[in-house]
Ligand binder design. Structure first.
Ligand SMILES: Cc1cc2nc3c(=O)[nH]c(=O)nc-3n(C[C@H](O)[C@H](O)[C@H](O)COP(=O)(O)O)c2cc1C
Length: 402
């Protein structure tokens, strides 16, 4: 499956900030995702990083000046601007922001921006005082008014030694911004509640019962739904993964906490996805003190946790909402089990996960799932990255919404 970036023509501007070296990673990642990246550097940018770096990473000619040799023959500024699907400037200096805010066209990059008619995404990077200066803030306000997207820089230690706002944001956040601009906003207006990760059921202060879920699938669903325009609330069991940007996260620990969290959130939801691997059982009693080691066997009683999906399905019978998506982790009889759960839990869609297949299920970056919808239509998906898998699941949900 091709990503949203494949074949997209991205005009990538680099201006003269100390953060220019970080743009190398961005260009590399975009090119890896098969975007056609054309780099344009300001004169100041070439003082920080060589054009050769970007030519090697993008596999294309790098443009540095308006009056370069042969520039006039193909009217470079017009042709590059017209062809682009998106203009990204990273890092964007105070100087470049000022130029764009005043419509200057005294170098190739600013001329290209004026000549383009696609979305322009600006990622400022500079010293905090420069960023907070009224002149820079007034320029940003003007740029926003013109319809440019200006992404607030990150906080932290800056190259000049100061601490504060002004760092070029991380690639992962930038990637989401770029993808959300390119993505069809077909989940706009939807509030989506997604559960993810495992649960921890405590025996005593040191020991617990859990499962191998990493949260990767639920987090991928949240990231992609946000990108496609939804408001996303992620109810997450313990997970080591960084939450996706612009997603509201509610952290829970046990199955009972997950139950409470989901019951509190589902009321505002248009769509609920139960991707969490909630432990079916929990210890009947949690010891206050650590159980001492001995040579004797000990027995613990396990009691069932609430079946959150079943409860949501029962509620849906009365209200006929929200649209309900369940996950089933199966090791045998996948399809038959999936059909049974779809009906029993009153779901609109079930995603069946083969947890013993190679590269699929718990903890992996890829997944191979089958989807069964409320009309019992079966779709067997190939082995995909969890993000690609999330795209296919949302495609199906969008069809069900219609
Ligand atoms: C070592 C050094 C680091 C700089 N870092 C930044 C920076 O991070 N952000 C910024 O706005 N300007 C920075 N500047 C100043 C710009 O390079 C300068 O304003 C230049 O005119 C920008 O031109 P351009 O926007 O056409 O690339 C730096 C200058 C030097 C010498």
């Amino acid at each position: 499956m091709k990503t949203l970036l494949a074949g997209k023509k991205i005009l990538f501007g680099i201006s003269g900030s100390i953060a220019a070296y970080k743009a190398a990673e961005w260009v590399r990642e975009l090119a890896k995702a098969e975007a056609e990246v054309t780099v344009v550097m300001t004169d100041a940018a070439t003082r920080f990083v060589s054009g050769l770096t970007f030519a090697s990473l993008s596999g294309r000619r790098v443009y540095t000046g308006m009056f370069e040799k042969d520039a006039g023959e193909d009217m470079t500024h017009i042709s590059l601007a017209k062809e682009s699907d998106l203009v990204v400037i990273a890092p964007a200096t105070a100087q470049t922001l000022a130029k764009l805010a005043h419509g200057f066209a005294d170098d190739l990059l600013s001329t290209l921006v004026l000549a383009s008619n696609c979305k322009v995404l600006l990622f400022p990077a500079m010293n905090s005082n420069m960023y907070c200066h009224v002149a820079t803030q007034a320029n940003i306000a003007k740029l926003l008014e013109y319809g440019y997207e200006v992404i607030e820089p990150g906080q932290g230690k800056l190259a000049c030694g100061d601490e504060g706002i002004g760092r070029l944001i991380d690639w992962q956040i930038a990637r989401e911004k770029i993808l959300s601009i390119l993505a069809v906003q077909d989940l706009e207006g939807q509030t989506i509640v997604i559960s993810a990760g495992p649960t921890w059921e405590s025996f005593d202060p040191a020991r617990l019962l859990s499962n191998r879920s990493s949260g990767k699938m639920g987090y991928a669903l949240a990231r992609v739904a946000r990108r496609r325009g939804a408001r996303v609330i992620l109810v997450s069991g313990p997970s080591a993964i960084e939450p996706p940007p612009e997603v509201e996260v509610i952290n829970v620990m046990s199955g009972e906490e997950m139950h409470k969290g989901m019951m509190a959130q589902y009321k505002s939801a248009d769509i609920v996805v139960m991707a969490a691997a909630v432990s079916d059982y929990r210890p009947g009693k949690t010891m206050k003190q650590k159980v001492k080691k001995s040579n004797k066997s000990i027995e613990f009683e396990l009691v069932p946790n609430p079946d959150i999906l079943k409860k949501l399905g029962d509620k849906k019978k009365k209200a006929n909402r929200p649209l309900l998506v369940g996950f089933a982790a199966e090791s045998t009889e996948h399809i038959a089990e999936g059909r049974r759960k779809l009906k029993e839990k009153n779901l609109d869609l079930i995603v069946i996960n083969d947890i013993i297949g190679k590269n699929t299920g718990f903890g992996t970056d890829t997944n191979q799932v089958s989807l069964i919808d409320r009309d019992y239509q079966l779709d067997k998906l190939p082995l995909l990255s969890k993000e690609e898998c999330a795209e296919m699941i949302w495609d199906k949900v969008v069809k069900l919404l219609q």
